[in-house]
Design a protein around this ligand. Structure first.
Ligand code: HEM
Length: 123
């Protein structure tokens, strides 16, 4: 059914797992770790709520944080192609730990690739 959102297809628990795996990757990546806060739990919650919203679920993220304006929120970090690759690899490794339908995985991948490229703000 082409009208179903990714959120409807995979559910909140898969997104919870994805963000948890992603932050496990962050915690073992020296380049990323320098940018993120010491306590990763609140950051994990923000990404969790954002991804629920972006994949078609409830808009709790915006209720709590306002309009995402992600590029602006990332302006305080130097994000070059190498940093984008660190982030993408962490997300790919996290995605690989879920057992997703290949079409769903593909759709999520292309969203993340686009979004990560959009976050680059430095040569
Ligand atoms: C926040 C880095 C790409 C979504 C953050 C934070 C850092 C960061 C250091 C602060 C963590 C926190 O306290 O919440 C990066 C880097 C990226 C990248 C280096 C490399 C391309 C992305 C992408 C997305 C994203 C592609 C979307 C899929 C978010 C969200 C927040 C966040 C939703 C929390 C914003 C807020 O409400 O304050 N990012 N990020 N990031 N990032 Fe990224």
């Amino acid at each position: 059914n082409g009208t179903q959102t990714i959120y409807e297809l995979i559910g909140k628990e898969q997104i919870r797992l994805l963000t948890s795996y992603f932050y496990q990757e962050v915690s073992t990546n020296e380049a990323l770790k320098k940018l993120y806060p010491e306590d990763l739990a609140p950051a994990e919650e923000r990404l969790f709520l954002f991804l629920i919203q972006v994949f078609g679920g409830p808009e709790t993220y915006s209720e709590q944080r306002g309009h995402p304006r992600l590029r602006m929120r990332h302006a305080k970090w130097k994000i070059d192609a190498a940093m984008r690759d660190h982030w993408m690899n962490a997300m790919l490794n996290a995605l690989d730990q879920l057992e997703l339908d290949p079409n769903v995985r593909e759709a999520m991948m292309s969203y993340f690739v686009k979004a990560a490229n959009h976050m680059i703000n430095h040569e």
